[in-house]
Design a protein around this ligand. Structure first.
Ligand code: HSE
Length: 433
């Protein structure tokens, strides 16, 4: 049986997908049953690194999603439009979808999956989170019988590379970002990565699978790494922590439907399983009942790794089509049919520890004033350390016990009004081991 695919996009990942499909030797036998029917590109003039017959390549993307010969549309364009419209049109034509596009799924997943369900087609997205790391299918299939307590991960390679470089060279964010851009690790416009938006798209997808419900993308609290300084990395190190950009989905109380979903830089104890994930690597730690913890680790981006995930989705669909024939009944372990929205609680309701750095006028009693203001708002302190002087100001670092984020923010508002306080350069959340 031959399955015909229409490839939308022949950039880095598209090229990797074509390379696998054009060289099936030594791979699963289903790979040789996948035929590239058409490839849609934005421009025909761009040089290509893959040996495809020229008559397969077209700029008419619409024609690909309407082509009655094509069984599976593989969307590798990225971005919201025209990706969303092309996916919906392909679904309306009864085509299965494989995509690596986390942004379009995180924002329009409800619309896309509703249509897919109506048409009896699959929308698979293994490559959208963690690049080559198999995490979507294991979470859905192998771990689905667990009650998931946490899914948390380092799911953005660019920011992990930047934080790792800052940590190992004591360099500041802007210098490392410029270096990463020169080396081609960071995009010319790094916003989606460094502001945490890419990680938020990815945790929306993971949370939706882990907690069997839709996630409103705008409910996800999201903070990036632009404000992290070499100073904080050093202080964190002295206190026994590393700083990582974490994407977290957590169910604190199994008896309620309340879910926390958030992305922010986090102080992680050095013995935490995610603390040693460095460079461009990604990892996702899942904790469930009765399973306990498992961690998925590997290359979170890159041509070959991401293409591996894309082609595995294509062969999954091919395998199902072979065994189920023309049946429109979707395999519940591969499809997503949940309709309800998860109850994502606002960040003010989260209970967490905090690290905060203050620059204060060096006057007697300043630490006492800080402690009093925190006390007014039920914020219990684990440690308060005066580090030394910076720019003629006393530098004080505070680590709290677990506190309510709303209370902590109110305490900060009060502290800002104290005459002894000059600035609060950094506030970060701290995770337990
Ligand atoms: N920009 C992403 C990252 C690539 O840095 O991880 C894959 O999603």
């Amino acid at each position: 049986m031959v399955f015909k695919i229409g490839l939308l996009g022949l950039g880095t990942v598209g090229t990797g997908v074509a390379q696998i499909l054009l060289h099936p030797q030594g791979r699963h036998s289903l790979v040789s049953e996948i035929k590239i029917q058409k490839v849609g590109v934005r421009s025909l003039d761009k040089p290509r690194r893959v040996d495809l017959p020229l008559d397969l390549i077209t700029t008419d993307l619409e024609a690909i999603v309407m082509d009655p010969e094509i069984d599976i549309v593989v969307e590798l364009l990225g971005g919201l439009e025209p990706a969303r419209s092309l996916i919906l049109k392909a679904i309306s034509q009864g085509k299965h979808i494989v995509t690596a596009n986390k942004a379009v799924i995180a924002r329009y997943g409800d619309e896309i999956y509703s249509e897919a369900h109506k048409q009896g087609v699959y929308v698979l997205l293994e490559a959208a989170v963690g690049g080559g790391i198999p995490v979507i299918k294991p979470l859905k299939q192998s771990l689905g019988v667990n009650r998931i307590r946490n899914v948390m991960g380092i799911v953005n390679g660019t920011t992990n590379f930047i934080l790792t470089q800052m940590s190992s060279h004591g360099a500041d964010f802007n210098d490392v970002l410029a270096e990463a851009q020169k080396l081609g690790y960071a995009e010319a416009d790094p916003t989606a990565d460094v502001d945490g938006l890419d990680a938020a798209d990815k945790i929306a997808i993971l949370a939706s699978i882990a907690y069997n419900g839709r996630i409103k993308r705008e409910d996800i609290y999201c903070e990036g790494i632009r404000n992290i300084s070499a100073v904080d990395i050093t202080y964190a190190d002295n206190l026994g922590f590393v700083i990582k950009l974490l994407a977290i989905a957590q169910k604190i109380n199994p008896d309620t439907d309340e879910l926390q979903v958030r992305v922010h830089p986090t102080l992680l104890p050095k013995d935490h399983p995610l603390a040693s994930i460095n460079g461009v690597y990604n990892a996702v730690l899942v904790e469930g009942d009765p399973l306990g913890q498992v961690m998925f680790f590997g290359p979170g981006a890159g041509e070959g790794a991401t293409a591996s995930a894309v082609v595995s989705d294509i062969t999954n669909i091919a395998g199902i089509l072979i065994s189920s024939g023309d049946s429109k009944i979707l395999d519940p372990l591969l499809s997503s049919d949940h309709q309800h929205y998860c109850n994502v609680v606002p960040i003010e309701k989260v209970e967490t520890r905090f690290y905060a750095r203050f620059l204060c006028n060096d006057i007697p009693g300043v630490i006492g004033h800080l402690g009093t203001s925190f006390g007014h708002h039920n914020v219990s302190l684990e440690s308060v350390v005066q580090i030394g002087m910076r720019d003629h100001l006393a530098e004080i670092v505070v680590v709290t016990h677990d506190v309510n984020e709303g209370d902590f923010r109110q305490a900060l508002e009060e502290i800002k009004t104290l005459s002894a306080i000059n600035t609060i350069p950094t506030v970060l959340r701290v995770l337990h081991s």
